[in-house]
Design a protein around this ligand. Structure first.
Ligand code: Z5A
Length: 221
């Protein structure tokens, strides 16, 4: 029998450079300041096994690129480990879990981006997560020019970017459209937040979305 999950599970999704890491840190600080138990994690990664898989996926540390189906299975292996050893235990004890990417990234990148069947990815994701779905998903939406500018600023040059960041513009256009399509299909779970604006304005919208969704945060209606 599954234990009761009394915590709150929030995921941040979006293209690279859209501000997920920045806003997850800010949101965590704000919740911690209100004395909430907060767990911040990321995908791929978040566990020792997941972090090892992250290296294989982002920088071809095995010496060859995974084919798309292998890529899915590696993301799902990282996800299964994270859900069972970190996310579920935290939700069972009533914590807030904030994850920088989760299953929606597989639909966007491997589905809309690489062209794999969404129904097959649904099966793989359900197997990896045991059916766990976020309570709230914040989609930080950013156009490709802005995303590329932010990544180039971070590395100084695009040459240092990872395997996904080096994909051609049409790949990035497909995955942005994919994220927006996922949000449109599940409006009760997703909140789309335009992220090409001043950081403070985006942070305000992130906080407002959390207050709108959950009644046990300061400022919630
Ligand atoms: N992937 C996949 O294919 N399938 C899957 O199932 C999963 C993942 C789970 C993970 O890489 C890669 O794996 C990812 C998808 C793929 N592809 N890529 N690339 P990652 O975790 O290393 O990369 P990321 O998720 O894209 O994170 P990121 O590049 O670090 O971006 P971010 O976290 O969204 O943004 P940030 O680091 O918070 O901000 C980027 C910069 O912009 C930084 O200098 C900020 O100070 C700046 N910033 C942020 N907001 C603003 C605003 N509002 N104004 C100005 N500047 C800003």
């Amino acid at each position: 029998m599954q234990a009761c999950l009394t915590g709150h599970f929030i995921t941040l999704e979006g293209p690279e450079g859209s501000g997920k890491s920045t806003h997850i840190r800010r949101l965590a600080d704000r919740l911690k300041a209100a004395d909430h138990d907060v767990v911040v994690t990321r995908e791929p990664g978040g566990t020792p096994l997941g972090e090892a898989i992250r290296g294989l996926l982002q920088h071809d540390t095995a010496g060859e690129s995974p084919v798309p189906r292998a890529e899915v299975l590696l993301f799902c292996a990282s996800r299964a480990q994270l859900v069972q050893t970190v996310i579920r235990p935290a939700l069972e004890r009533g914590a807030w879990v904030l994850s920088d990417r989760f299953a929606d990234s597989t639909f966007a990148y491997q589905g809309f981006g690489r062209g794999l069947e969404l129904a097959e990815l649904q099966t793989a994701n359900a197997f990896a997560t045991g059916g766990l779905v976020p309570d709230l998903t914040l989609l930080l939406d950013l156009d490709e020019d802005n995303a590329r500018r932010r990544i180039t600023m971070r590395y100084g040059t695009e040459a240092a970017a990872d395997r996904f960041e080096r994909e051609p513009p049409d790949f990035h256009a497909r995955l942005r459209e994919g994220f927006l399509a996922l949000a449109a299909a599940e409006p009760q779970r997703f909140r789309v937040i335009p992220s090409g604006r001043a950081l403070e304005d985006v942070a305000d919208d992130v906080w407002q979305a959390v207050c709108d969704r959950f009644s046990d945060v300061p400022g919630a209606t």
